[in-house]
Design a protein around this ligand. Sequence first.
Ligand code: GSH
Length: 214
Amino acid sequence: MLTLYDYLPSQNAYKVRLLLSQLKLSYRSVYVSIFEGEGQSEEYLKISPTGAVPALALPDGRVLAESNAILAYLADDTQFFPADRFKRAKVLQWLFFEGEQVQSTVATLRHWVLTGKDKRRSSAVMESKRAGTAKTLGILDRALASDTFLAGADYTIADISVFSYVHRSDEAGFALTDYPNVKRWVEEVRSQPDFVTKVYPYSIDPHSAQELAW
Ligand SMILES: N[C@@H](CCC(=O)N[C@@H](CS)C(=O)NCC(=O)O)C(=O)O
């Protein structure tokens, strides 16, 4: 059986939960208390080199980290990751965009706001995160003006990945009503079969106000 190393409020882990649901794959969960430092234990660093969740252990014991790599692995040979060379590269284009642009802006800003860490950041740092978030949402709104989904007409792991943080942009202080194409796309993603509605707040973890170890 597959094992998902998870932390419930993590939207990076939510991406994998969503795909597993849409692929109808069963799995067991192992929870990693990242804010208590469990991710940095010697044992967990053998599973995930950065100490972050998600990570996935395969039934044969091999392990994979990085949410987008896990999505690509699970979705191979399915409708969620096209076989056509160009379409596949388009999906990768948005997965790399997510890893670089979405995670460093809207995802980080949301994490700080929801856990009170924004109060400990300088106004210059906060301003730069807000500017980065606005830029990210603007890029997505332009891209989604001409296509139903990020990589074209079909729903793929690019949508799962980008959706996971972007649909919670309001929690970072950005209303999606200002980004109508993104808002329309969020509803398209929500209407996919076997969609996962459950998102866990950081407030379920009394340790989530702590800074992560770097
Ligand atoms: N690029 C990674 C980021 C993963 C990540 O930042 N995970 C967070 C939770 S959302 C985490 O586990 N942080 C703990 C740490 O970095 O030590 C991915 O896409 O999987």
